[in-house]
Design a protein around this ligand. Structure first.
Ligand code: GLU
Length: 311
């Protein structure tokens, strides 16, 4: 048996020495202030063993990783009817691309590109004031992690609100096609606040346990979603979780994963581990440069790729 704790500590040491660390996102001003030298990793195994290294307890902006939690909530609310409003195919386009929306009549390709996540926010909003919908997403995330210290970074949310012109364009465009039911400002308000949730690698890996454990959460003691739904969310993370870098991530890492422009990645080794890595520098596709290398090494050393062993 490999010693996962030792592997995690070795990887953190190796990542500290990597010189090419990517570029920190600067289109959301507070994200540009984060130190690119940061690196954290947390691995929670199926038996509950938790291995941490580097800045594993430092909160960062989870950004698009939140789309996994909001999708889970939306599926719980409306079930498979969601798929009439959002597709399930990789986009091959950037996270904030508008091009496919025109030819595809305002139906986003998948729930992880920004347009798809804004529709998901609109679904979570149903029957709520925006403030309540944000509180529901936060409550759900805290329950999954078993940690009430998780918070929405209001400074980041406001910065996104002030600079999110592309997201506003996507939302308005979909509203014109009738694929947003609430006022654009409300759907965007929910979306920006969920992206502004701050979590540490430890909290994120704990929150992801239901995806490793066929829908069950040790934090709540029960079933969060069905096993079939957990499997399908993992499938979407594999095919769409890294935008137009999803093929490359599957090739290099071979795990369902969701990235965010804050530099975090949640990756799931089904039945084995829930993994969170964080390093703020991004590659040209907007995914964490060092985080991806760290996951690649973790999978090489543990043999956890869903596609087979590495030796
Ligand atoms: N809040 C970010 C945006 O909408 C999320 C993008 C990401 O993390 O990929 O631009």
């Amino acid at each position: 048996m490999s010693d996962i704790g030792a592997i995690v500590r070795d990887i953190a040491r190796e990542m500290a020495a990597v010189a090419q660390r990517g570029r920190v996102a600067d289109y959301i001003p507070p994200l540009a202030e984060v130190d690119p030298a940061r690196f954290g990793i947390a691995v929670v195994e199926a038996d509950g063993a938790c291995h941490l290294a580097g800045d594993a307890d430092m909160p960062f902006s989870i950004q698009s990783v939140s789309k996994v939690f909001s999708l889970t909530l939306a599926l719980g609310k409306v079930g498979d009817a969601l798929w009439q409003r959002v597709g399930r195919e990789p986009s091959g386009s950037a996270f904030n691309s508008i091009v496919q929306l025109e030819t595809e009549s305002g139906i986003p390709r998948n729930p992880f590109i920004n347009a798809g996540a804004i529709v998901v926010s609109d679904v979570v909003l149903a029957g709520h004031q925006p403030r309540e919908a944000i509180a529901e997403i936060l409550r759900f995330t805290r329950a999954l992690a078993g940690d009430d210290a998780i918070f929405v970074d209001e400074h980041v949310a406001q910065a996104e609100q002030g600079t999110g012109f592309r997201n506003a364009a996507l939302a308005n465009y979909m509203r014109a096609f009738g694929n947003l039911r609430h006022p654009v400002e409300q759907a965007l308000g929910v979306y920006f606040h969920q992206c502004a949730i701050a979590m540490s690698c430890r909290q994120l890996a704990l929150a992801g346990r239901y995806l490793m454990l066929a829908g069950r959460s040790p934090a709540t003691g029960g079933s969060v979603i069905s096993a079939a739904r957990a499997r399908r969310i993992n499938a979407l993370m594999m095919t769409c979780g890294h935008y137009d870098g999803s093929g490359e991530f599957a090739y290099r890492v071979g795990l369902p994963g969701k990235s965010g422009v804050g530099g975090g990645i949640l990756a799931i080794a089904p039945a084995r581990a829930s993994i969170a890595v964080w390093s703020p520098g991004l590659n040209e596709r907007g995914n964490s440069e060092i985080g991806t290398i760290a996951l690649e090494r973790l999978v090489q050393r543990t043999g956890w790729s869903v596609f087979g062993p590495s030796y």
